[in-house]
Design a protein around this ligand. Structure first.
Ligand SMILES: *[C@@H]1O[C@H](CO)[C@@H](O)[C@H](O)[C@H]1NC(C)=O
Ligand SMILES: *[C@@H]1O[C@H](CO)[C@@H](O)[C@H](O)[C@H]1NC(C)=O
Ligand SMILES: *[C@@H]1O[C@H](CO)[C@@H](O)[C@H](O)[C@H]1NC(C)=O
Length: 486
């Protein structure tokens, strides 16, 4: 569209602007010059820095240092193959404990803490749950050894405020409680609360791990929820219904002894929104499969972005995620105009206002590009058509690693193109607020070293950005170019 290109050129008025633009537009993936930096965090994750970041992240969640190291391993090497036997490496593996007969009838408990974020037990056989006690019993047909596990049924195993579930392999049938409700389908026990209520955590901590745990059952599975927050299953009704044909049971105060042929206790978070196919029980599923499932359950019409080849007259649509408090884009209107000038139909959307997740999913799916400052709103990437583009504006303060782990890597696994734009100090409101000599401006690493609280205070809570449009124009051009290639 000549008129659009003319406008784009007009935007790149600074000296050298147009040559940078051409560079950026030469390829969707590769950029030379200054902007190449935006890809480096993905290619070479700075290992020391990952340790630092994960450490503060995990400390915040009262994680043990051991977990932080396991987390590091997952973050940097991605899918580890399953390793059997305890204590072999820091990627703790599934420990399988079987009754002496070893037959299916005797039952099995598979304890799993791969990745270090979560702990789960897969209990197979004659499984009985004393719901009021949150006790899960595996009942052997003949006498066997007693084993016991204590599982926190939230996908971050040290989350405060969540009651543990005890899993016990009984010594014999005599000690088993009598069933009051018997099911022919398996069950998954998980907790709400924790960090849910934040859109990213709703997905990373519950929905993605629940998909991993239950997709294999094709809807024939019973969910059992502890620490119930009634708004939550209501908000995610469409997804829960897509995974289970049955209404979830609220275990809090439930007096029954519920019996199942198989129970999964707890949810296994692989790494944020990412799914490592090798770790999925019952067959490989990927992060891409999760977004395919989103399109299926929400009946989202678009599974490819606008094609500039087939419909050259059509403007691809760019959604700018509006944020109300921290990490706002101070010059949002200017950014929208720049996006229009780059060839997009650009719209700012505020998802916080009483929008149901169903509506939100449909809205996000109608766009080709999702643009926003690092934050929960970018989780709408799960609804984008594959081949769409995520443009993440990374706030000032060495936030690149967190940004990459939470959105950049999953975006790629979902089949999206990912572009990041790292804000410089001059574009951050922190510079004006704190002055150039403040450690948060001069030495972001020192802020990260001083812990999660300081890091969030400065870089996540106090910061907003004023994007330098001249500097940002090549990023918009690159996003446009990604769509041009398909
Ligand atoms: C379930 O556990 C509670 C609390 O430990 C106990 O009082 C109750 O007797 C148990 N129910 C059965 C059927 O064993
Ligand atoms: C609850 O389970 C976690 C592991 O999932 C464990 O670290 C913790 O000690 C348990 N808490 C209690 C009170 O048993
Ligand atoms: C905006 O970015 C351009 C290109 O990097 C730079 O030349 C210019 O000085 C920046 N403007 C401001 C106000 O920082």
């Amino acid at each position: 569209m000549p008129s659009v290109l003319t406008t784009t050129t007009a935007i790149g008025t600074a000296p050298g602007g147009s040559s940078r633009k051409e560079e950026a537009m030469s390829s969707c993936k590769e950029r030379s010059g200054k902007n190449t930096k935006s890809w480096t965090p993905i290619v070479h994750l700075n290992v020391g820095f990952v340790v630092g970041v994960l450490f503060v992240l995990l400390t915040f969640l009262v994680f043990s240092q051991k977990a932080a190291i396991s987390g590091l391993n997952v973050a940097t090497t991605v899918a580890q193959p399953s390793i059997k036997g305890p204590g072999e490496t820091f990627v703790t593996s599934g420990v399988q404990i079987q009754g002496s007969g070893g037959s299916a009838e005797k039952g099995t408990v598979v304890y799993n803490t791969k990745g270090g974020y979560s702990e789960t037990c897969e209990v197979d056989g004659d499984v009985r749950i004393n719901c009021s006690a949150l006790s899960v019993f595996l009942v052997p047909t003949a006498s066997s050894e007693r084993h016991e596990w204590s599982i926190l049924p939230y996908s971050r195993k040290t989350m405060p405020g969540i009651k543990n579930v005890t899993v016990a392999q009984l010594q014999g049938p005599a000690a088993a409680p009598a069933c009051t409700v018997t099911y022919g389908v398996p069950a998954v026990i998980f907790a709400l609360g924790g960090l849910t209520g934040n859109f990213w955590h709703d997905f990373s901590d519950v929905l993605v791990p629940l998909f991993v745990a239950s997709r294999r059952y094709g809807g024939e599975v019973q969910f059992l929820i502890t620490n119930m927050q009634p708004w939550w299953p209501e908000a995610y009704r469409t997804i829960l219904r897509g995974l289970s044909k049955y209404d979830a049971v609220d275990l809090d105060g439930d007096e029954h002894v519920r019996c199942f042929p198989h129970v999964t206790v707890g949810l296994h978070q692989h790494n944020g929104l990412s799914i490592f196919p090798e770790w999925v029980p019952g067959g490989p599923l990927s992060t891409h499969d999760f977004t395919r499932f989103m399109r299926e359950v929400y009946a989202l019409p678009r599974d490819a972005p606008a094609s500039l080849v087939r419909e050259p007259e059509k403007r691809p649509r760019l959604l700018l995620v509006h944020r109300g408090h921290s990490r706002r884009i101070m010059n949002e209107q200017e950014v929208l105009r720049a996006a229009e000038a780059a060839g997009f139909e650009a719209v700012a959307v505020d998802f916080r206002r009483d929008v149901t997740v169903d509506e939100q999913a449909r809205t996000a799916n109608s766009f080709d590009v999702l643009l926003g400052v690092h934050g929960a709103g970018l989780t709408n990437l799960v609804f984008l058509p594959p081949g769409g583009v995520l443009v993440q504006v990374v706030p000032y303060g060495r936030m690149d690693v967190i940004a990459t782990l939470e959105f950049g890597l999953p975006a790629k696994e979902m089949g999206l193109r990912y572009i990041d734009y790292e804000v410089r100090a001059e574009e951050s409101t922190l510079l004006e607020m704190l002055g150039p000599e403040h450690p948060a401006i001069k030495d972001p690493d020192s802020v990260h070293r001083s812990g999660w609280d300081k890091m969030t205070e400065f870089y996540l809570d106090k910061q907003s950005v004023r994007i330098n449009i001249t500097r940002f124009a090549p990023t918009l051009a690159q996003a446009f170019d990604c769509l041009r290639q398909q």
